[in-house]
Structure formats: structure tokens, C-alpha cells
Design a binder for this molecule. Structure first.
Ligand SMILES: [Fe+2]
Length: 158
């Protein structure tokens, strides 16, 4: 259980690093709105990681009934994926729109996986934790979509 939650926390930290990398690119190119978006998203992911680490500490004293997630939805698989994504974002010269789409896809996957975790716990506090994470993923998708929607206009007014 501790391993599960710690891996989940690690995934959130990876996501924070991905968004911080994207933010550096936005800062370098003087994109104030993207600087703000990535900064907020990175801070949210860091907060999620802290919540999960806290839950992991609490779980030492309690026994949870977790159904093992499927291989693809396992936090270890998700961690591998986010690590590869961080490498990719660091090494490639991506356009702003490409980065927005990468983040959008990542958050949609997180949302699905966090929602699937809520069903795997019987414990109400654990269910709540993952419900809140899934909701935060939804909010990130909404923010990204909003920026993507405005994107052509934003370029035109540059
Ligand atoms: Fe998150």
C-alpha cells in the first residue's frame, strides 16, 4: 500500500517536472500566459504529491483493501510513462501547441486512472483522495482546452 501511494506521489512529481520544463520554455520565449499556466499546473502537481505522501505516511498505521490495478493502470507503468515523457519534453524542441497537446493527453490519462483507483478502494478517505485528484485532472484538461481554443487568435495578435 505504501508502495502504491509512494509511486502515485512520484508520478505527480514527474508531472510537476514536465510542467516546469514547459514553463522554462515559455519564460524563455516571453509567453506570459503560458508561463502562468505551466507554473500553476506544476504547483498543483506538487501539492498532489504532498497529499499522496501524507496518505502514504498515514497508511502505515492502517490496513487498506486495495484491489491490485491492472498492469496498464498500475502506478509503476504510469511512472515509467511520465519519466519517458519528461525525457522527451527535455530533449525535443516542441512547439507551444505540441506541449499543450502532450499535457492534455497526459491529464486525460491521469483522470481515467485516478477514477479507476477510486473504484479499487473500499476506504472512504482513499476514495476521496483519488476523487479529488481526478477532479483536479479534469480542471487541468479544462484549462488546457481553454488555452488551446484561443491559440490561433493568440498567435495572430502576437
Ligand atoms: Fe495531479
Amino acid at each position: 500500500m505504501i508502495k502504491f501511494l509512494t509511486a502515485c506521489a512520484h508520478v505527480e512529481e514527474m508531472a510537476a517536472q514536465i510542467y516546469r520544463t514547459m514553463r522554462q520554455k515559455a519564460v524563455a520565449e516571453n509567453q506570459a500566459d503560458l508561463d502562468k499556466l505551466w507554473g500553476e499546473m506544476a504547483a498543483d502537481e506538487e501539492a498532489h504529491a504532498q497529499q499522496l505522501r501524507f496518505a502514504a505516511r498515514l497508511s502505515r498505521e492502517r490496513v487498506f483493501d486495495l484491489v491490485e490495478p491492472s498492469q496498464a493502470a498500475h502506478p509503476a507503468a504510469l511512472l515509467k510513462r511520465t519519466e519517458l515523457m519528461l525525457d522527451y519534453v527535455r530533449s525535443k524542441k516542441l512547439s507551444e501547441l505540441e506541449m499543450l497537446h502532450i499535457a492534455d493527453e497526459l491529464e486525460r490519462d491521469f483522470q481515467k486512472i485516478h477514477t479507476s483507483y477510486t473504484l479499487q478502494f473500499q476506504d472512504p478517505s482513499m476514495k476521496k483522495t483519488f476523487e479529488a485528484l481526478a477532479k483536479a485532472d479534469d480542471q487541468h484538461v479544462a484549462s488546457l482546452q481553454e488555452v488551446i481554443r484561443r491559440f490561433p487568435k493568440r498567435l495572430a495578435t502576437k
